[in-house]
Design a binder for this molecule. Structure first.
Ligand code: SAM
Ligand code: SF4
Length: 346
């Protein structure tokens, strides 16, 4: 199956490799495709999803394996070089290893990443490693089992920590921890997370809370701004040395001579929009040109109605060309109709 699609047998019409990169009217170029694989999840993080879940789309509305292959291939021919699978919880999708393998073997794709809550990772990591996964971001907001149960509404800290250890032992190059920083919840654990970087070559990323949950947890005083997080870390370490990171890792540091790194992501403050290189596709195949955009381009229906690769390419370029200067403008353009980050693809 994979071989058939990877070998140059274009589905409808060919995109050759001289295709120009994807750009917008502000001169940004986009080479990083984030694909949500589902909306379902085995946790219920309080800032992401209500206990009862959300109005999950039925299976037939979600992209199939072949449709995802096709979008990766079209993207790679337009200059996409980095893929991330997210969700929902991507490890709940049975074809995950197949998707990773496809992306890994696709010409032009230099790295393939996964964002996961880690609950099921330890069982699947060998397969993912063999499939060519380059990086894993594990989401973990606390190192305390009781607090884990409060924030995720489930048990499972031991499973996530076990997965983290297995990930660190694997040959997968990039291992990061995503920590949503919340005042009054985990602000007292900053140093516990930072200390994980002392002996481990991982990146701990503190992420600002964003207003995407239907229960609006973020209005309850838990927001903890990037500048405050950085200042609070600075106050508690001897040396915080700035280093290079990915485009959204605004503040990235090495503490003392620790092996790993610490990053702070201004996901709400949106101070990094000028450096954005991301294209997002939701689990039901809608392209979003910004995390905060309400405007969707329906690639799934275009594919299902028999449109050619050239047509899909034009849709992608057209959408990215309409991207607003920053996430504030994008947010102001519409009313938020989403109940959860899983409908965007975190
Ligand atoms: N289930 C996977 C996980 O948790 O890693 C992947 C999907 S999840 C939506 C992706 C990332 O979005 C996670 O790191 C999660 O913490 C983050 N996230 C979800 N809702 C958020 C919110 N309201 N504000 C900030 N980050 C959020
Ligand atoms: Fe699930 Fe990830 Fe949302 Fe938590 S953040 S509920 S693990 S999708």
């Amino acid at each position: 199956m994979i071989e058939n699609i990877i070998t140059p047998t274009p589905i409808n019409g060919v995109l050759d490799h001289s295709t120009p990169p994807i750009i917008d009217r502000f001169g940004r170029s986009f080479n990083y495709l984030r694909l949500a694989l589902n909306e379902q999840c085995n946790l219920r993080c309080i800032y992401c999803m209500p206990e009862e879940g959300i109005d999950f789309r039925s299976e037939d509305k979600l992209l199939t394996t072949e449709e995802i292959f096709r979008l990766i291939k079209i993207g790679s021919q337009m200059g996409v070089s980095k893929i991330r699978f997210t969700g929902g919880e991507p490890l709940l999708r049975k074809d995950l290893s197949e998707l990773v393998q496809f992306a890994h073997q696709c010409e032009g794709i230099e790295s393939t990443h996964l964002t996961t809550n880690g609950l099921l990772l330890s069982k699947q990591i060998d397969n993912l490693e063999k499939s060519g996964l380059s990086g894993i971001n594990i989401s973990l907001d606390t190192l305390n089992p009781e607090k884990f149960k409060i924030i995720t509404r489930r048990n499972g800290l031991d499973l996530v920590l076990n997965s983290l250890h297995k990930a660190m032992e694997s040959t997968i190059q990039s291992i990061k921890l995503n920590v949503v920083a919340l005042r009054g919840f985990n602000d007292d654990e900053l140093m516990d997370f930072v200390d994980l970087t002392e002996e481990n070559d991982i990146t701990v990323r503190f992420i600002e809370l964003m207003p995407f949950d239907s229960h609006q947890i973020w209005k309850t005083g838990k927001f903890y701004g990037a500048d405050h997080i950085v200042a609070d870390i600075k106050n508690q370490v001897d040396e915080l040395n700035p280093i290079d990171g990915s485009r959204t890792e605004h503040h990235i540091f090495r503490v003392n001579d620790y092996k790993g790194k610490v990053a702070v992501i201004p996901a709400y403050s949106r101070s990094l929009c000028g450096a954005c290189n991301r294209i997002r596709i939701t689990a039901d195949g809608k392209l979003l040109n910004c995390l905060y955009s309400q405007d969707e381009t329906n690639l799934r229906d275009a594919m299902r109605s028999g449109k050619t690769d050239e047509h899909i390419e034009k849709m992608i370029r057209g959408s990215m060309m309409k991207k607003f200067k920053d996430g504030w403008e994008a947010q102001n353009e519409g009313n938020n109709k989403r109940e959860s980050m899983t409908q965007i693809g975190g």
